[in-house]
Design a protein around this ligand. Structure first.
Ligand SMILES: [Fe+2]
Length: 346
């Protein structure tokens, strides 16, 4: 009988940047002419946001945020090392990276062979490790396991798409590649194969806003929606059910930050919707699955929690297995774009 470990982490790109660049997203948002000057004035911000912003646009407070994330990743890494999985199955978003106008699957299984990625080939900022633009990272695949799981899901009424090679991205979308880089923050190696299961988290913004955002106030034609939270919980439950019957030890990993400031139009895109995140975090910590099941896609989108759909899938797996988390932590922030959560169900 298989064993499953459930893990929740983030793939927050600025964690890979230097401290002085970590608030780069907020600094960019502050240049958007569609956002009123009064909203941009730190004098009107919540006190804790002003404290994090400080006198140097959050350059010095980045160190504390980084330390919280290093601690979270260390704990997740330790749990994975102790568990010694045959592979990781990772849920992450594809932000107009591998899937574009010619195909947007609601979710898919990537049955890729081993591949080599160049994380910094198109980097916006220098990376915190000082690695060169042509640095390469090898990621091992488990195409046999991905093919097997696709077959199980399709037989079970979960109509998953699958692929044997990348479509538009030369390797892995950032949600997956950053998960590798961050679980190996101390650069000791990443020995585990990965099966990637991208989810169309961005839904109505996946093509129209290139899986991110357009200048505030610009009207774009919305794309069809993401899969519903409820459906993704069922998908995650089915993945857990079939893998629990497989010959393998698997770590099921949801990789994403929670509410994203750049998606919270009701907060002028300046900070994450922390009350919305806290509501779901409390429900996670107490295994209150009903609160997750009854959260609508409209609520998710309003709160800028598009990427949290990855975690709905993970919560569906926890529900299926009847698990409660043995550890979780909520990393709150105001200036570093998104709240982050780490969680383990062993
Ligand atoms: Fe993402």
């Amino acid at each position: 009988m298989a064993e499953l470990l459930l893990v929740g982490v983030t793939h927050y790109p600025p964690f890979a940047w230097r401290d002085e660049d970590m608030a780069g997203i907020l600094r960019g948002i502050l240049k958007d002419p569609g956002i009123p000057a009064e909203a941009k004035d730190p004098a009107g911000w919540p006190e804790r946001m002003r404290a994090e912003w400080g006198a140097d646009e959050a350059r010095s407070s980045a160190a504390a945020h980084r330390q919280h994330l290093v601690t979270g990743f260390d704990r997740a890494r330790e749990a994975i090392e102790d568990f010694a999985p045959d592979f990781l199955l990772v849920w992450g978003d594809d932000q107009y990276e591998n899937f574009k106008e010619d195909l947007i699957p609601p979710y898919a299984l990537l049955a890729y062979d081993d591949l080599e990625a160049e994380p910094w080939a198109h980097a916006r900022f220098p990376n915190v490790w000082g690695e060169e633009a042509d640095a390469k990272v090898k990621v091992r695949g488990r195409p046999d396991a991905a093919r097997w799981l696709a077959g199980q899901l399709l037989t079970d009424g979960i109509d998953v798409a699958y692929a044997y090679k990348p479509l538009h991205h030369p390797s892995l979308a950032h949600a997956f590649l950053n998960t590798v880089l961050f679980l190996d923050y101390h650069r000791v190696g990443f020995p585990w194969p990965m099966v990637c299961m991208p989810i169309n988290c961005y839904g109505s913004k996946v093509i129209s806003a290139r899986g991110a955002f357009v200048p505030f106030g610009r009207q774009v034609e919305p794309d069809p929606p993401a899969p519903s939270p409820r459906r993704l919980m069922d998908v995650g439950g089915a993945v857990a059910r079939h893998l629990a019957d497989s010959p393998w030890r698997v770590a099921l990993v949801a990789s994403s930050s929670w509410s994203h400031a750049f998606l919270t139009d009701h907060l002028w895109r300046l900070r994450p919707d922390t009350p919305a995140d806290r509501r779901l975090y409390d429900a996670l910590a107490t295994s209150d699955f009903a609160t997750w099941e009854n959260t609508s896609l409209a609520e998710v989108d309003h709160a800028g929690q598009q990427e949290l759909l990855n975690w709905f899938t993970l919560m569906g797996a926890a529900r299926e297995l009847g698990r409660t988390p043995d550890w979780s932590t909520f990393v709150e922030t105001w200036c570093f774009n998104s709240n982050k959560v780490f969680a383990l169900w062993s």
